[in-house]
Design a protein around this ligand. Structure first.
Ligand code: FAD
Length: 395
């Protein structure tokens, strides 16, 4: 497709067409902005095609972030209706499981705070847990909380549907068109350069938003911005279809801490699809933003660790899973920040440049993230509650 003259100038250039970039493009298009959404590869080719599609609520941080997440989660029914295609959105309750008494005390205390904030989260004793998950080996569990209102969707269908709907509202979407540089004069962003079919093309824009997940740091570096988004290589497995073994989404209360803790880590999480396949996660390996994540590097390599470690960890909780066969595994680069709060802000160095990246739970914020970015662009940093951004935010 040729880029026509009139689309070389847009109000907002959104960089990265994952869940965040597509949701930002959708939200801004709905608000009447003329948007261009560009990706280095295809829509959803990063972490957004490689996750479980969980709309996670109960592991949010309390306070302003939880308020935002509860509001965002409640917006899904009308959003998916507007998308006009089936993105497999459905209710899917979630268990958060503590392994030790100390972990259980901490989990109860934290969830009690969220309950007082209005979240429907229930404490589940061992008898109730047995009724909910009869195959769970209760010897490894000190207690659990149940979030009955959580949901899931198909992340790739959803990401593409957001992009498609944005296009219907007038957004220009350019795949296989990486941003390779910015045009800045007198401290103000004038545009960005993309590489398309071997050509260097400039898109002039009033504002640009870096929504490039694990690649945000490397894009920020093009204009001397240090974006504090790190990333893990996350690995997950899928088994052959088996009769129902698990009824709720299962994850450990220590999941986020473990997954982002070090060189090689495993933290159990699992859900069973309608077709019977078990999705098992997650092995992870922390990287720093300075190491450029190249998709090609995900191919091959040592798969042994993830397959054996994840299977072993899950079989500890569900021994019956030890007899299932893994049929596929995948790897992806998933962004995170040290305080689990996103980098959501305006650059103080380059006027007109914004960052929206590194959410702890990404799918759940997609209904509201376009609104946040719109306010950031039109009203400035003060429109964003400090409790929902990474601190210190020094872009
Ligand atoms: C196994 C696993 C399971 C998970 N499950 C869940 C879950 O159930 N729920 C949940 O909320 N989260 C989950 N996550 C995390 C989630 O996948 C990520 O947080 C989320 O996908 C990040 O979305 P994003 O849009 O920020 O980044 P990405 O989807 O990675 O998108 C970034 C995009 O930027 C593009 N890009 C890179 N460089 C450039 C450039 N120079 N120019 C233009 N574009 C560029 C990339 O090609 C990519 O498409 C899971 C993660 C893993 C590893």
């Amino acid at each position: 497709m040729l880029i026509e003259e009139e689309v070389k100038k847009v109000d907002v250039l959104v960089i990265g067409a994952g869940l965040i970039g597509c949701a930002v493009a959708y939200g801004l298009s709905r608000s009447g902005f003329r948007v261009a959404l560009v990706d280095k590869h295809e829509i959803g080719s990063g972490a957004s095609s490689a996750n479980f599609g969980r709309i996670q609520i109960q592991d949010s941080e309390p306070g302003e972030m939880l308020d935002l997440i509860m509001r965002s989660a409640s917006m899904f029914p009308s959003l998916v209706r507007d998308l006009g295609i089936d993105v497999e959105y459905e209710r899917s309750p979630a268990l958060l499981v503590a392994e030790s008494d100390a972990e259980w005390d901490a989990l109860r205390e934290m969830q009690e705070i969220k309950r007082r904030q209005g979240l429907d989260v229930r404490f589940v004793n061992k008898n109730e847990l047995y009724a909910l998950e009869p195959y769970l080996d209760l010897r490894h569990v000190a207690g659990a909380t149940l979030s009955p209102d959580e949901a899931r969707l198909n992340p790739l269908l959803y990401t593409r549907a957001l992009a498609r709907r944005s296009r219907e509202m007038g957004a220009l979407i350019l795949e296989n068109s990486p941003v390779i540089g910015f045009d800045v004069s007198q401290g103000r962003l004038r545009g960005a350069h993309i590489s398309r079919g071997g050509m260097d093309i400039e898109i002039r824009c009033g504002a640009a938003v870096i929504c490039a997940g694990a690649w945000s740091m490397s894009i920020g570096a093009m204009v001397g911005l240090e974006i504090p988004v790190k990333f893990v290589i996350g690995e997950a497995l899928v088994t052959e279809p088996v009769p129902r073994l698990i009824w709720n989404y299962f994850s450990l209360a220590s999941f986020f801490e473990t997954a982002h803790s070090g060189e090689r880590a495993v933290s159990a999480c699992c859900v069973q699809t309608e077709a019977g396949n078990l999705l098992l996660g997650e092995a992870s390996q922390v990287k720093t933003g300075r190491e450029l994540p190249a998709l090609e590097s995900l191919k091959g390599g040592n798969l042994h660790f993830a397959v054996t470690a994840v299977s072993r960890d899950m079989s500890r909780f569900f021994p019956v899973m030890g007899r299932t066969s893994v049929i596929r595994m995948w790897r992806t680069f998933a962004p995170f920040t040290d305080d689990y709060r996103p980098v959501l802000g305006a650059s103080g160095k380059v006027e007109g440049l914004f960052v929206c990246s590194g959410f702890k739970s990404t799918v759940v914020v997609t209904p509201v993230v376009g609104e946040l970015v719109r306010d950031l662009i039109t009203k400035g940093q003060r429109s964003i509650p400090s409790g929902i951004t990474h601190q210190p935010l020094n872009l």
